[in-house]
Design a protein around this ligand. Structure first.
Ligand code: ADP
Ligand code: MG
Length: 361
C-alpha cells in the first residue's frame, strides 16, 4: 500500500515500531454530532461530541486517550471501531479511505479493529458457554478450518490465561469473576486476529486487585501479537502505566488539546486543562495537601452545542485572555516539547504556571 496518505512529519513525530508502514487507521478532521431534542417542536439542535479530530494509529503502538467524562472518548473509540459513521471528515484504514469501500469489504476490514468495553458482563451472551462464545466468531468469520476450530479455541483460552482450559469451556459468564469474563472478552476479540483493540475503560469495572493482571495480559498481547491499542481511560495513572513509552492524547469537549509522549504529557502537561487534570490527582502524601493548587475558574461543564468562536476551554481556563474568546487555538506542534498543544499561551507556559502557584517540576 502506498505511503502518501501519511504526512512524513506526522509519521516521524512519534516513535512507533513500524512508523514507515501506513497507519492501521487514520482520522482526518473527523467530527461527530448527536442530535439533541430539547423539545419536540422548535429548532433542531446538535451537540458536537467530536470536533475535527485527526489521528494516526500505527501498527503495534499504544495510544492512551484521557479526559473527563463527556469529553468524547467513547465516541472517538466507537468511530475508530466502525460502530457508527462520522458526521464529517475522512477515515483511512491502512491508507485506504473507508468512503471508497463496499459494504462487504468494510465489514471484512473493520474486523481487524475490535472494541472492548468496560462491562465484561453485558458484553457476553448470558446463556452461551465460553466455548460457544468463542466458537461462533471462529466459525462465522472462517478464521480457521472447521476441524481446527476446537484447537484454536483452546489456544486462545490459554493465551488469555484461562487454563486449564477444561475448567472454563462449559462455564457460563455468571459463573466467572469479572476478571475472568474480561479475559473471555479479550479471547473473543482475538478470534479475528485484530490489528487494533479499542479498550474503552476496559478495567474500570473490574476489582482493583484484578486490574493489574488484566492490564499485564493486554500488554503481553501487544508485545507478542503486535496488536495496537487505543486505551481509553479517565484515570491518568492508568494511562501512564499502560501507555508508558508510547503516547497519550488529552481530550477536552470533543477536541484533542494535547498529545505527545505519555510521560511528558502526564507529568509535565502544557495545556491548562491537562495541568488541571494532573492537579486533580490526589497526592500520595496527604501532608502535602491532597491536591495541588491549580483549579478551573468554574466547574460548569462545557456546552457542546455552542459553536461560538474561540477556545472551548476558555470559560473554565484560569489563564484566559481576550484572544482566547475570539479565536480558537489550533493544535500546533512544538518540536522542543515533543508534542502538540492547542493553546495560544503555550509559549509562555512555564512562567504562567509558576505564577499560578502550580509546581512545575
Ligand atoms: P466520554 O466517553 O468521554 O464520557 P462520550 O463520547 O460518551 O464521552 O460523550 C460525548 C458527549 O456526547 C457527551 O456530552 C454525551 O452526553 C454525548 N452523547 C454520547 N452519546 C450520545 C447519543 N447517543 N446521543 C446524544 N448525545 C450523546
Ligand atoms: Mg466513555
Amino acid at each position: 500500500m502506498s505511503e502518501p496518505m501519511l504526512s512524513n512529519s506526522e509519521s516521524a513525530r512519534f516513535a512507533s515500531p513500524v512508523a514507515s508502514d501506513p497507519s492501521v487507521l487514520s482520522l482526518r478532521n473527523v467530527s461527530k454530532t448527536y442530535r439533541v431534542n430539547k423539545s419536540l417542536v422548535g429548532k433542531k439542535k446538535f451537540l458536537w461530541a467530536l470536533k475535527e479530530v485527526s489521528l494516526d494509529i500505527h501498527a503495534g503502538e499504544i495510544i492512551a486517550v484521557v479526559g473527563e467524562s463527556g469529553c468524547g472518548k467513547s465516541t472517538l473509540g466507537r468511530i475508530i471501531a466502525g460502530a457508527f459513521p462520522a458526521t464529517s471528515g475522512e477515515i483511512l484504514l491502512q491508507g485506504q479511505s473507508l468512503a471508497h469501500m463496499g459494504r462487504a469489504e468494510f465489514r471484512r476490514e473493520m474486523r481487524g479493529i475490535q472494541l472492548v468495553h468496560q462491562d465484561p458482563y453485558s458484553a457476553l451472551h448470558p446463556t452461551k458457554t465460553v466455548e460457544a462464545i468463542l466458537h461462533d466468531p471462529l466459525r462465522i468469520h472462517r478464521m480457521v478450518d472447521k476441524n481446527k476450530i476446537s484447537s484454536r479455541l483452546r489456544e486462545l483460552l490459554e493465551l488469555v490465561g484461562l487454563s486449564p482450559v477444561e475448567n472454563f469451556l462449559q462455564k457460563y459468564p455468571y459463573q466467572l469473576s469479572g476478571g475472568q469474563r474480561q479475559r473471555v472478552v479479550l479471547a473473543r476479540a482475538l478470534t479475528v486476529n485484530p490489528r487494533l483493540i479499542v479498550a474503552d475503560e476496559a478495567v474500570s469495572m473490574i476489582d482493583v486487585s484484578m486490574r493489574q493482571t488484566i492490564l499485564s495480559l493486554m500488554k503481553r498481547l501487544q508485545k507478542e501479537l503486535g496488536i495496537a491499542y487505543v486505551f481509553i481511560t479517565h484515570d491518568l495513572a492508568l494511562a501512564r502505566y499502560f501507555a508508558q513509552g508510547y503516547r497519550t492524547i488529552v481530550m477536552y469537549a470533543g477536541q484533542v488539546i494535547e498529545q505527545g509522549p505519555t510521560e511528558a504529557v502526564i507529568t509535565d502537561p502544557r495545556h491548562p486543562y491537562s495541568a488541571i487534570l494532573k492537579a486533580a490527582v490526589p497526592r500520595a502524601n496527604p501532608e502535602e495537601g491532597l491536591f495541588t493548587g491549580l483549579r478551573p475558574r468554574t466547574t460548569d461543564l462545557p456546552d457542546l452545542t455552542n459553536t461560538v468562536p474561540g477556545c472551548r476551554f476558555a470559560p473554565r481556563c484560569p489563564f484566559v485572555q481576550d484572544q482566547c474568546t475570539h479565536r480558537a487555538p489550533e493544535l500546533s506542534h512544538y518540536a522542543n516539547l515533543h508534542r502538540d498543544v492547542a493553546c495560544h499561551r503555550t509559549p509562555e507556559w512555564p512562567a504562567i504556571a509558576a505564577a499560578s502557584g502550580e509546581s512545575h517540576a
